[in-house]
Design a protein around this ligand. Sequence first.
Ligand code: FAD
Length: 472
Amino acid sequence: MIVYWHRKDLRGTDNRGLARAARADRVVPLFVLDPTVLEYASPIRVACLLEALADLRAWYRDRGSELLVVRGDAREVVPALAAERDAARVVWNEDYSGLAGERDEAVRTALEDEGIDHESVTDGLHHGPGSISPNEGEHYSVFSYFWKKWRDREKADPEPEPTAADLADLADESESEVDPIPSLSELGFDEPDADPPTVSRDAARERLETFCSEAIYRYADERDVPAAGSTSRLSTHLKWGTIGPREVYVETERALEDAPDEDARESVVAFRRQLAFREFYVHVLAFNPETVTKDFSGYENDIEWRNDRDELAAWRSGETGYPIVDAGMRQLRSEGWVHNRVRMLVASFLTKDLLVDWREGYDWYRRHLADHETSSDVAGWQWSASTGADSQPYFRVFNPTKQGREYDPDAAYIREHVPELEDVPADRIHEWPELASEERTELAPDYPDPIVDHASRREEAIAAFERARDEG
Ligand SMILES: Cc1cc2nc3c(=O)[nH]c(=O)nc-3n(C[C@H](O)[C@H](O)[C@H](O)COP(=O)(O)OP(=O)(O)OC[C@H]3O[C@@H](n4cnc5c(N)ncnc54)[C@H](O)[C@@H]3O)c2cc1C
């Protein structure tokens, strides 16, 4: 018997660790609801997790087995369950974040104390940390170098799905003894603000197939246009592991074969480039776990963050008077997801226009994103704050008005999320910060005036970063 420990890989298909366990012996599948992990969770993410767990449990039940869901400290639960089931080995897929690494090390030690074997493999990404590097034991800090190697490296095929014969027959337990999956409130969480996205195998496969049959060919042209809906929205599935990276890649191969022309082929490659970005950031974090809270590239002096609480509150609630920024912040609260271009924009607005420490923004995203992934979230924030690996230079500050005009010309995205501006013509929406106060009151009395002047705040932010750089 082998215990397979599910963590961020809530699927039975294309699961490398599970497939490996199933090749060796019959599998007892386990998930641990660990209070230490839940401490860092948020209502939307726990809602996603519970849904994915219920889906995975149903998958196992269809095969005469059962996903055991146990509450407790993984360092105790995993060895105790393995001993109780007389398992020879526990297998899991690697999680490269700092906290997970510490926990896994403790689990390994506890298993060894019990005389139980353990094995962990790379599953959630094609090429694990250390496998794409400039020199042994190092990682790339510049994405373009990483990308060239990632792109040219051979990719593994999807892993086969275990059959009923590979799994421990736990059908009797399913009917009687097994712990039910707790509810949000039983775990101490409120209902989320947003309607959580459906996080299940079917939802993930459907999204992947739909995207790869059509929108993928428009991706290069439209990925920066939030109203186009042309991105895959696979991030939540990749985060929870309801889709495997190899299945995603195989679909891009199919899309490449069926591409009608060279532009369409390039578009597929542009999509793959984003998949590589995700892996690049996992590598960066794995080698630099302290960057969850510390700047990746420090300056000579501390950045003098302004950290004005009222301005931070206006940003959080989408009341800054900069329409595209407010649309993004409201999309976050209503959907638990934000379009990438808008994530960059709102992050730039917070860290440059408002000069609020990126850690405040990260903390807000972490609480509200359904797809919150420490590696990508920290990297996205540090990129925007000009403190990250390969990040936006500090003197390049997004102009929210220009960005709104360029990427949401008809203001369709803004109107969708900011109903106060529903009847305002697009050109007026984009001119909002420059309009006279009376005109704003006449056009949309309930929508706020801009809380800051972008041009002067831009100058102040650049000056603050210059001071931080100043070695004198
Ligand atoms: C401040 C900030 C915070 C972010 N936080 C997260 C986060 O917590 N979780 C997260 O998955 N992504 C994060 N991103 C990256 C990116 O915004 C999302 O991955 C993307 O918007 C998800 O939508 P999609 O699945 O439609 O992406 P697509 O455009 O369809 O891309 C496909 C996949 O590639 C990966 N990807 C795309 N862009 C990026 C990127 N810039 N960095 C890393 N991976 C990328 C994602 O896994 C995504 O699902 C953040 C970006 C910024 C600027």
